[in-house]
Write a protein that binds this ligand. Structure first.
Ligand code: NAD
Length: 499
């Protein structure tokens, strides 16, 4: 049994709390290693190291900091396969999907190479007689982030790349379910030239999170994970005077208008509903066909596609569509919600409950499921399932369909499939959801735009990556400056005799 470590001050360091949590190979169900769970003392020690390292880094010119990011991009590309392999083995997602996880983080690192441009302040010449006014963006100091299991490469990079490019130190508390990749990323950052102590990884659970929330030196916290924990971290972090942004759960609706290309809509739903076993905050979990005719057609197109899905371990190669879910507990939760859907009267059109894979009977695999005639009062509609389960809610009209998405407590992503520009435009304008796709099922914004949901999917006022990240990880200082008339007017330059 391998014991994993923290990454403190440029070293892999063993945990000293005596507490560990198991890290599984989700495909086999076996425990492959133990993740140390830091004590408050271990966390606070990392903060001290970060606080000592940060001032020199903050004073390093932004272009030099950007060069570290440039080199880091090269190293990520060099080690892409190694990172993806480690990621798949702990998370369970397919190898191409694991590379995508690294890639979408890498793109934010590329964006952060533009830090010198992003950090330029504003300047007003002669705001008053002889008065100039200018603003500068300064680093916060020691910053921290808490990340979920489902994107163990991408989401840490979304946080630490802009934090470091802005001149901060960053302490990452990654998910204890797949903690290996974040440490590999921290090592690569140092290989790229980042001085020690500026990017540290402290593994842990609630104790480490609470230590981050209560440590007075930590200036800001970024969180991505489930909504109840997001609310907790936002509340406690803000009341401790920190800058906090928390991104939570989702229930993303895809509206399918009767004029949509049904083959295209069905293909989109397969990828968006079942890819990564549904363990994506931007997965589509609710299909809303408008009108019974569209609903019947959509179900008819979906069923054979779902039945063809190949579920298996990442080691089986590119042929696999999705892998196991992350833990036995996640599997139980998904199966429990499927039972509730049946009990509460939804029609289970594709039943994957008896799915089993020869040689991997103890793995955390869940077969694909499709529900029809789901209604808003059912638990499978209200709750985030985070598994390969697609629910269909039939809407009688476009207004009913948009109303469903608007009334749901989550507002992360949504999509409309239609050929009608007017409907698409109306949807994009009125919907109270942060990221909207028009004939695009998973509208994840690229690195130079910003990512964030509305309603119970996000707490705080700035989004992740893009220009918002440079606002979140800096403080603005505005200087009003007047110089009294000086040497230029009143100076005496000739050699005078003393009186
Ligand atoms: P989670 O909330 O269980 O865990 C997230 C982080 O919080 C982990 O680092 C975990 O160790 C920590 N944590 C867990 N319980 C805690 C507690 N009681 N106190 C303090 N910290 C605690 O989420 P997860 O299962 O890792 O990830 C899946 C969830 O993340 C889903 O709800 C998904 O929608 C959401 N998610 C959201 C986004 C987004 O951008 N909105 C992106 C990815 C994932």
């Amino acid at each position: 049994m391998k014991d994993l470590t923290h990454y403190i001050n440029g070293e892999r360091v063993s945990g000293t709390s005596g507490r560990f949590s198991d890290v599984f190979n989700p495909a086999t169900g076996e425990v492959q290693s133990r993740c140390p769970l830091a004590s408050k003392e271990e966390f606070d020690q990392a903060v001290g190291i970060a606080a000592a390292a940060q001032p020199a880094w903050g004073a390093t010119n932004p272009q030099r900091r950007a060069r570290v990011m440039m080199k880091f991009v090269d190293l990520l590309n060099r080690d892409m396969d190694k990172l993806a392999e480690a990621l798949s083995s702990e998370h369970g997602k397919t190898f191409p999907d694991a590379k995508g996880d690294v890639q979408r983080g890498l793109e934010v690192v590329e964006y952060c190479i533009g830090a010198p441009q992003m950090l330029k302040g504003e300047f007003t010449d002669s705001a008053g007689p002889g008065i100039d006014m200018y603003s500068m963006r300064q680093p916060l100091g020691v910053t921290g982030g808490i990340t979920p299991f489902n994107f163990p490469a991408m989401i840490p990079m979304w946080m630490f790349a802009p934090a470091l490019a802005c001149g901060n130190a960053f302490i990452l508390k990654p998910s204890e379910r797949d903690p290996s990749v974040p440490i590999m990323l921290a090592e690569l950052m140092e290989e790229a030239g980042l001085p020690k102590g500026l990017l540290q990884v402290v593994n842990g659970d609630k104790e480490a999170v609470d230590a981050m929330l209560d440590n007075e030196t930590v200036q800001s916290i970024g969180f991505v994970g489930s909504t109840p924990i997001a609310e907790y971290i936002y509340g406690r972090g803000c009341s401790n005077g920190k800058r906090v942004q928390c991104f939570g759960g989702a229930k993303n609706h895809m509206i399918v208008m009767p004029d949509a290309d049904m083959d295209q809509a069905a293909d989109a739903l397969i990828g968006a509903g079942y890819g990564a076993a549904g363990e994506r905050c931007m997965a589509i979990s609710v299909a809303v066909p408008v009108g019974d005719e569209a609903a019947d057609k959509l179900i008819e197109k979906l069923v054979p596609r779902i039945e063809k899905l190949k579920v298996g371990p990442y080691t089986a190669g590119d042929d696999v569509d999705y892998g196991p879910v992350v833990t036995a507990a996640a599997k139980q939760n998904i199966l429990g919600l499927i039972e509730s859907g049946i009990q509460q009267g939804a029609e289970l059109v594709v039943d994957g409950r008896d799915f089993s894979l020869q040689g991997y009977e103890d793995g955390f695999f869940v077969g694909p499921h499709l529900f029809d005639r789901v209604t808003p009062d059912m638990d499978i509609y209200k709750k985030e399932i985070f598994g390969p389960v697609l629910s269909t809610v039939r809407a009688g009209s476009y207004e009913e369909a948009i109303g469903l998405a608007m009334d749901h407590e989550y507002g992360n992503g949504t999509a409309i499939f239609t050929r009608d520009g007017d409907a698409a435009r109306d949807f994009a304008n009125r919907i109270n959801v942060g990221m909207v796709g028009v004939n695009v099922p998973i509208p994840v914004p690229l690195a130079y735009h910003t990512f964030g949901g509305w309603k119970k999917s996000a707490f705080g006022d700035l989004n992740q990556h893009g220009p918002d990240a440079f606002r979140f990880y800096t403080r603005t200082k505005t200087i009003t400056s007047r110089w009294p008339s000086g040497i230029k007017e009143g100076g005496e330059f000739n050699f005078k005799a003393m009186d």
